[in-house]
Design a protein around this ligand. Structure first.
Ligand code: UT7
Length: 331
């Protein structure tokens, strides 16, 4: 069976940069509070006319150019997002249409911050079995339009940003390279610890002025519970990936963790016992872009020359659900 390799990665963020001082004009917050609690200094927000699918399209075009491929060379889209442009259909078909494709499958993965690794796991299985050979894996989010940009929503509004990151995946016959393993976890007991209640068909009607008045269409989070669980479970997922491959923390060239909070990443680094140069962070610039955070960070790391052939890359994520996941990749 072939392994799955990363053929190319790319990302795209909107032009509009939003600083912590900009947010302090909208709500009762401060640069000091946001930097101290989360490490975030700026994030990007979409402008009129931009959508998740349009960000993903730009990122996909950049990756295709890097790979020297045409859109027609793709044979499947795996699109990970928790902020779809519409209630249905999923965003994958909108991206497919933007790329001028009409005859390849497009699947949406709704696993929030863990979406990209869940999507990687699906794509990896398809590539290894030979079902598809060139998969466009996407993590893309538009959070800004869903945020409560008033003091009521400040605990979440300051954290999230918009952006899209993609990877083009394909088979390699080199047994020493590619995705070594993926590890997926979920615990629905925490479903309401970070969620958006409505619109939802558990409600009748599924959206109403009353639900909106109650703020049920906004992300609500038990920040402390999320923080505690993320700090504990991301290191456990990395340990699972290392154990499955007979590897140790010292073997990791680069850990690309989901960028949720700089303090969480620092706790994860400490729990695993990694040096600074083994861990990738860019939350300072982009905020938390959920399913897009890992592919954006990975592409930046590659552009900065932080991974070379044969290096060990480990991915880990944690988020709403709770869901969490990891992957080990021999570059
Ligand atoms: O991808 C997964 C998604 N989410 C996460 O990973 C987030 C995980 N959680 C966190 O990152 C942290 O819990 C937060 C950054 C959200 C909050 O940090 P914290 O240290 O847990 O603060 P807190 O929620 O305990 O709030 C402390 C205080 C509260 O005021 P009082 O009750 O002590 O008077 C909040 O009302 O900070 C207040 N506060 C703010 N103040 C200024 C909450 N948000 C803000 C804000 N600006 N934006």
């Amino acid at each position: 069976m072939p392994r799955t390799e990363f053929i190319a990665t790319a990302f795209h963020v909107p032009e509009r940069v939003v600083s912590n001082d900009d947010l302090a004009q909208l709500m009762d917050t401060s640069d000091e509070w946001i930097v101290q609690r989360s490490g975030i200094k700026t994030r990007y927000w979409v402008s009129d006319g931009e959508t998740g699918a349009s960000l993903a399209t730009q990122a996909a075009r950049k990756a295709l150019a890097k790979a020297g491929m045409r859109a027609a060379d793709l044979d499947c889209i795996v699109y990970c997002t928790c902020t779809p442009d519409h209630f249905e259909p999923g965003n994958g078909v909108f991206l497919e249409r933007e790329l001028g494709l009409t005859d390849i499958p497009a699947i949406d993965v709704r696993n929030q911050c863990s979406g990209f690794i869940y999507g990687l796991s699906v794509a990896d299985a398809w590539i290894r079995t030979g079902q598809y050979r060139r998969i466009l894996l996407v993590g893309a989010e538009v959070h800004s339009r869903g945020l409560d940009r008033t003091t009521r929503g400040r605990d979440t509004a300051v954290l999230f940003g918009d952006g899209a990151g993609v990877a083009i995946l394909g088979p390699t016959d080199d047994p020493a390279r590619g995705v070594l393993s993926t590890h997926l976890f979920a615990d629905g007991r925490h479903a309401e610890d970070l969620w958006v209640d409505a619109p939802g068909l558990a409600h009748d009607p599924y959206i109403s002025e009353e639900l909106i008045r109650q703020g049920k269409h906004r992300a609500v989070m038990d920040g402390r519970e999320v923080f505690k669980s993320a700090s504990l479970l991301m290191p456990q997922s990395v340990a699972a990936a290392l154990a499955a491959n007979g590897l140790a923390p010292a073997d990791i060239t680069l850990l690309v963790p989901h960028q949720a909070n700089l303090r969480i990443i620092e706790m994860v680094q400490k729990a695993i016992g990694l040096r600074d140069d083994q861990v990738c962070t860019n939350i300072q610039k982009y905020g938390n872009t959920t399913a897009a955070s890992i592919p954006i960070a990975l592409d930046e790391a590659l552009c900065n020359g932080r991974l070379k052939r044969g290096d060990l890359l480990v991915l880990t994520a944690f988020g709403s659900g709770f869901t969490w996941a990891s992957a080990a990749v021999r570059w």
